[in-house]
Unconditional design. Structure first.
Length: 88
């Protein structure tokens, strides 16, 4: 399970930077980010070799830079869903 979370980890930081709440914002505010809620669901094993596609959807952005995201991890070639992660 931990490896799935590692695979999901890079994308939220990318979207946060695009929204203006990336590293520069956090340094200026002397703060960081925190995931208050995370739910993962697993459909099937991911392939061992490279070939996974990660998609992220920004579901909502609320006051105080609160984000709600939904991510999907799928086999790139077969397009079969491996896992999802919903975070806020």
């Amino acid at each position: 399970m931990a490896y799935y979370n590692v695979m999901f980890a890079p994308r939220p930081s990318t979207i946060m930077a695009q929204l203006g709440i990336g590293p520069t914002y956090m340094k200026a505010r002397h703060g960081s980010t925190f995931t208050a809620s995370a739910m993962s669901a697993f459909a099937r094993d991911s392939p061992r070799d490279p070939g996974c596609k990660l998609s992220i959807l920004l579901v909502a952005r609320r006051p105080k830079e609160r984000l709600h995201t939904f991510e999907e991890l799928a086999h790139a070639s077969e397009r079969l869903l491996s896992a999802t992660s919903e975070n806020s």
